[in-house]
Design a protein around this ligand. Structure first.
Ligand SMILES: CC(C)=CCC/C(C)=C/CC/C(C)=C/COP(=O)(O)OP(=O)(O)O
Ligand SMILES: [Zn+2]
Length: 458
C-alpha cells in the first residue's frame, strides 16, 4: 500500500514518509481516530520535559562560559554554612520529613565529612550519640524519628551516620545482639528483607540489612542465606535491576542489588555485560545520569549510578591510571591528565552537570535539576557522586578494603585534578567508598573497630 502521511497539529512536527509496505489495516492498529498518524513525532509530557531540561542545561553552560570566574567549586564556604546550619535547625522546607530525621542527619553530616568539616564541629560526637541512642528501639532497629518504630532503611541511615561521625562514643550506642535479631526477624524465606513488620519487601531494604550487618560484623551464614539469589533475580532483560523480581530496571535499585552482591562477593551470579551496557546508556547528553530509560537526568544518580560504574570497574579490575598510549602502543604519562577512554563514564561531564547546572551559587547546595530548589538529599548524593568522579583509584578500595582494615591505612587515591577544573579552584572532595557512601578513612576505622569486638551470641 502506498502511504504518504503529512499530518500536522500545532504541537506536532511533520514527518513525511513515503513507504511501500503491507500493513494490517485492522482498526485497532489504526491511529486515525486520534487524528495523529503513527509516523508523526508527537510531543508528549516526557519529550517536552526533556526539551525544557536541555534548554536549562545549555543556558547554565553558556552562562558559565561567559562568566568563567563565577564560582562553581564545591570548596566554597557556602555549602559548609548551609549544612552546618541544619545541625541546629532544619529549614521549614524539610519539616514534613519528621520520620526521616535520621536521613537528614546522614545527608548533612556525611556532606560535611566529604568537605572535611565534620570533626571540628563542637560536640558533634556526643550530640549524635545522645540523639541516636534515643532512636534505637528495644527490638534492635532504629526508627526514622522520635518514637518511630524500627525500620530497616532508617536503621541503615542511623548506622551510616554513626560511622560518618566515626568515634567509639558513637559506635557504642549500637546494640549488635538486638540488631542481629531485628534483621533476622525482617528476613523473608525468599532471601530478601522487609522494611519493617508487615512492610514491603525489596532490594533496597535488602541492601540496607546486608550493609548494616557488614558494618557491624554480624554478617552470618544464616543472615545471608538465599540473599544473593534474590538480588540476582532482580536483574531485568534490560541489564539493570528492579526493586524486586519482574520490576522495571532503575538506578536506585540497581545500586542496591549490585552493592549488596559486591559485599556478598557474588557478582559472578549476574549478567555483567548486560549491566555494563545498561549503565553506559544512563549517562545523558547533559552529562549527568538518568535513573532509567527515557527519564530525566537527576543529580542524585551521580551517586546511585556512579557507584555502580565503580563497582563494575573493581569487578573487572580495569586499571584507570591516567596514561596515554602512543601509536606504538607504549604507555606514556598523560599531560592532559584526562583520558576519557580509560573511564567507564565521562567523569568530567558528570561533575559539570552537578557543579555548574545544579548548584545554588548564592547559598550553596545542590538540586536535582537546574533552576530547582536545593535540598539535603541532592546535596549529599551530588557530593558523593562528584567525590567518586574525582579519585581515579577509588575502585581499588573495593578490592583492597580488608588489607587497609588490617593496616588501618587509608588507600592512596590519585586525584583527577583535570576533571575538577570546572572552576580551577576549590578542593578535591574526600574520597568515599562506592558501596557504603562513607568517607574511606571513617569506613576503615569503623570496620576495624567492629571486627575487633567479640562475636555476638546468636
Ligand atoms: C540505600 C537506599 C536507601 C537506596 C535507595 C535507592 C533508591 C531506590 C533511590 C532512588 C530514589 C529516587 C530518585 C526515586 C525516584 O524515582 P522516580 O520514578 O520518581 O524517578 P525517575 O523519574 O528518575 O525514575
Ligand atoms: Zn534525585
Amino acid at each position: 500500500m502506498q502511504s504518504n502521511m503529512t499530518t500536522s497539529t500545532k504541537s506536532n512536527k511533520i514527518i513525511e514518509l513515503d513507504i511501500d509496505i503491507d500493513i494490517d489495516t485492522d482498526d485497532q492498529y489504526n491511529n486515525s481516530s486520534t487524528g495523529v498518524g503513527v509516523f508523526v513525532e508527537q510531543h508528549t509530557t516526557t519529550t517536552m520535559a526533556q526539551s525544557k531540561m536541555e534548554e536549562s542545561v545549555s543556558e547554565k553552560m553558556v552562562h558559565h562560559k561567559l562568566h568563567p570566574n563565577s564560582k562553581v567549586a564545591v570548596g566554597d564556604k557556602k555549602i559548609i554554612k548551609m549544612l552546618t546550619a541544619a545541625i541546629e535547625a532544619i529549614p521549614t522546607s524539610h519539616q514534613s520529613l519528621d520520620s526521616s530525621k535520621v536521613w537528614i542527619s546522614f545527608w548533612v553530616l556525611n556532606g560535611l565529612d566529604m568537605l572535611d568539616s565534620l570533626d571540628t564541629y563542637p560536640a558533634i560526637s556526643k550530640r549524635t550519640a545522645d540523639y541516636f541512642s534515643i532512636l534505637q528501639n528495644k527490638d534492635g532497629g532504629f526508627g526514622g524519628g522520635n518514637s518511630n518504630t524500627s525500620h530497616v532503611v532508617s536503621t541503615f541511615a542511623s548506622v551510616s551516620t554513626l560511622f560518618a561521625v566515626g568515634t567509639e562514643e558513637a559506635y557504642n550506642i549500637i546494640n549488635r545482639e538486638t540488631m542481629y535479631r531485628f534483621l533476622m526477624e525482617m528476613k523473608t524465606p525468599e532471601g530478601a528483607f522487609r522494611t519493617e513488620k508487615e512492610g514491603e519487601v525489596d532490594s533496597r531494604s535488602t541492601y540496607c540489612a546486608i550493609a548494616v550487618a557488614s558494618f557491624l560484623n554480624i554478617l552470618t551464614d544464616q543472615l545471608v542465606e538465599n540473599v544473593a539469589e534474590y538480588l540476582a533475580r532482580c536483574q531485568t532483560y534490560e541489564g539493570g535491576f528492579g526493586a524486586y523480581p519482574g520490576n522495571e530496571a532503575h538506578g536506585g535499585y540497581t545500586f542496591c542489588s549490585v552493592a549488596a552482591l559486591s559485599i556478598l562477593n557474588k557478582l559472578d551470579m549476574i549478567d555483567m555485560n548486560s549491566l555494563h551496557r545498561w549503565i553506559t546508556l544512563r549517562q545523558t547528553e547533559e552529562g549527568g545520569f538518568q535513573g532509567r530509560a527515557n527519564k530525566l537526568v537527576d543529580t542524585c544518580y551521580a551517586y546511585w549510578q556512579g557507584a555502580v560504574y565503580i563497582i563494575i570497574q573493581a569487578y573487572l579490575d580495569i586499571d584507570q591510571t591516567l596514561k596515554n598510549e602512543d601509536v606504538g602502543g607504549n604507555e606514556q604519562q598523560s599531560n592532559s591528565n584526562h583520558s576519557i577512554e580509560k573511564q567507564l563514564y565521562d567523569q568530567k561531564k558528570l561533575q559539570e552537570y552537578v557543579l555548574i547546572c545544579c548548584q545554588d551559587n548564592k547559598h550553596g547546595g545542590f538540586s536535582d535539576h537546574p533552576g530547582r530548589g536545593k535540598d539535603f538529599y541532592h546535596t549529599c548524593y551530588g557530593l558523593s557522586g562528584v567525590s567518586l568522579s574525582q579519585h581515579n583509584d577509588i575502585y581499588k578500595t573495593v578490592n583492597d578494603i580488608n588489607h587497609h582494615i588490617q593496616q588501618e591505612s587509608t588507600p592512596p587515591c590519585t586525584k583527577q585534578s583535570d576533571a575538577f577544573q570546572v572552576d580551577q579552584v576549590g578542593p578535591i572532595l574526600e574520597p568515599v567508598h562506592p558501596i557504603y557512601n562513607i568517607r574511606l578513612k571513617k569506613l576503615i576505622k569503623g570496620l576495624k573497630y567492629f571486627r575487633s569486638l567479640e562475636k555476638i551470641n546468636i
